[in-house]
Design a protein around this ligand. Structure first.
Ligand SMILES: [Ca+2]
Ligand SMILES: [Ca+2]
Length: 149
């Protein structure tokens, strides 16, 4: 993301500004920051001194702090973890869900129902599912039962 140019007092890519400019792209609690120049010059070659460069504040490059030249134009990106995984894990399992009993037509643990009944607990694109019996934690795959899905 790049929301500022260094033409005034410097280049200010602060998290608060970025949240205003890119409300859909910025997570509430980033855990790491990466900084790069917009024009592709390495940070070493750019040679700028930063007033701030961290995942709490974001990036602030003040022209007044530079010895040789002004701040270059910077862009930043962040590491963001899903809120339901805590702030330290990129991937996590949800808790176990058991919303149905097999007394009628069978045991229906459909993702769409689980989402509706447990808002904000299940991510948009799960990458795996694990299923086991409620009574003895037997993996579904070794119960010998046939599954519709
Ligand atoms: Ca910038
Ligand atoms: Ca069940």
């Amino acid at each position: 993301m790049d929301c500022d140019n260094p033409t005034g007092t410097g280049d200010s890519e602060t998290i608060s500004n970025l949240k205003n400019y890119f409300p859909k792209d910025m997570c509430p609690n980033p855990t790491a920051i990466e900084v790069a120049t917009v024009d592709g010059i390495s940070l070493a070659d750019a040679g700028n001194v930063f007033y701030a460069n961290d995942h709490i504040t974001g990036l602030i490059c003040k022209n007044a702090d530079q010895k040789k030249c002004f701040c270059r134009d910077y862009k930043v990106r962040f590491v963001c973890y899903p809120p339901f995984c805590g702030n330290q894990k990129p991937l996590c399992w949800t808790k176990w869900y058991d919303r149905d009993n097999p007394s009628a037509t069978g045991d229906w643990e459909l993702l769409k129902n689980l989402r509706k009944e447990n808002p904000n607990e299940i991510c948009a694109n799960p990458i795996a599912i694990e299923s086991q019996t409620v009574d003895k934690d037997t993996p579904a795959s070794v119960t010998g039962q046939d599954f519709l899905q």
